[in-house]
Write a protein that binds this ligand. Structure first.
Ligand SMILES: O=C(O)C(=O)Cc1ccccc1
Length: 307
């Protein structure tokens, strides 16, 4: 079998690379300079799949990924992974913490190390990089204007930096959710512990418009694991919604909720049904099993035929 080629948020040494190595240890790796570049590599068929960060337990959704999935040529999530992340302060050998004035890192890392930065480096400027490894690489360049990077300890090793401080995250139990994305195709088989992701755009703005969308899930007994509003770009107050729901679209209650959502929305983009990394199965409410949906459909057919 030909080796699968996986694009990811690079360069070498990102947390995303760590996630990719766990998800697909045998794949060929294609580091990309941004989430957009990784997803576009899949769209252009230069890669079979991409691994990108989606969500963090401290910060919520990673906006760049959410927006990339919502617009452009559709892509489909086929797998997810939860990865605990630990941050280190990385600098060129010989650097003392007292001399660090300019720090570079990924925005998600900055937010997760906010307390450390306020306490230990209150006067340092923090500059955003495309990834934590891009930041480490930048600090390693001769004549770099940056004194330190925040990233994985392994990125420090890779780019010849030392760990000035380790485990500097505000919480030690922070987890990041990474996804593997392909071009639309056959769905992963249902496992009984699945997640379905989608985005929905409002048909018309009215009181209770979001409640109407949520009701589609609620009346079918579907628990949501994430909901996020993102601006459409059309002006202040114009939003669309990301939903992660428990279950697989092949299950009746999830399918019915999605058709209901389709009826009341301007557009629904299906982003995939795939196994949950935590393996948790939903509690299925009475009256929402596949058997009960099938019985109800048969009953309706009988009364319509008058039999
Ligand atoms: O920049 C990285 O290394 C990434 O993979 C993105 C990221 C940044 C901070 C926390 C989790 C993921």
């Amino acid at each position: 079998m030909e080796m699968r080629k996986l694009a990811y948020l690079g360069p070498e040494g990102t947390f995303t690379e760590e996630a990719l190595r766990i998800m697909s240890p045998d794949a060929e790796r294609m580091p990309c300079p941004s989430v957009s570049a990784a997803l576009d590599a899949v769209r252009r068929e230069e890669a079979d799949a991409a691994v990108v960060p989606l969500e963090n337990s401290l910060e919520g959704g990673i906006s760049s990924t959410l927006d990339e999935l919502a617009w452009g040529q559709p892509l489909m999530i086929v797998a997810e992974l939860l990865l605990p992340v630990r941050f280190s302060l990385l600098a060129r050998p010989g650097t003392e913490i007292g001399h660090i004035k300019r720090v570079i890192t990924h925005q998600a890392a900055q937010t997760q190390c906010r307390n450390f930065l306020a306490r230990e480096l209150p006067n340092a400027f923090v500059i955003a990089a495309a990834s934590t490894a891009a930041a480490a690489q930048e600090v390693s360049l001769p004549g770099s204007p940056y004194d330190a990077a925040i990233g994985a300890a392994i990125a420090g090793e890779h780019y010849g930096l030392i760990e000035v401080a380790s485990d500097i995250g505000d919480r030690s139990d922070t987890v990041t959710r990474f996804i593997q994305v392909t071009r639309p195709g056959p769905l992963p088989e249902p496992t009984g512990a699945d997640r379905t992701s989608l985005v929905a755009y409002l048909a018309d703005d009215h009181a209770g418009a979001l409640l109407d969308m949520l009701s589609q899930f609620a009346t079918r007994g579907i628990n949501l694991t994430r909901i996020e509003s993102r601006p459409t770009g059309d002006g202040i107050g114009q939003y669309f919604f990301h939903f992660d729901a428990e279950g697989h679209v092949s299950e009746a209650r999830v399918g019915e909720a999605l058709s209901g959502l389709h009826r009341i929305s301007a557009d629904v983009r299906f982003l995939g049904s795939y196994p949950r990394a935590d393996g948790l199965s939903p509690r299925i409410r009475r009256g929402t099993t596949d058997v009960e949906f099938a019985e109800a459909t048969e009953w309706l057919e009988r009364i319509r035929k008058g039999t």
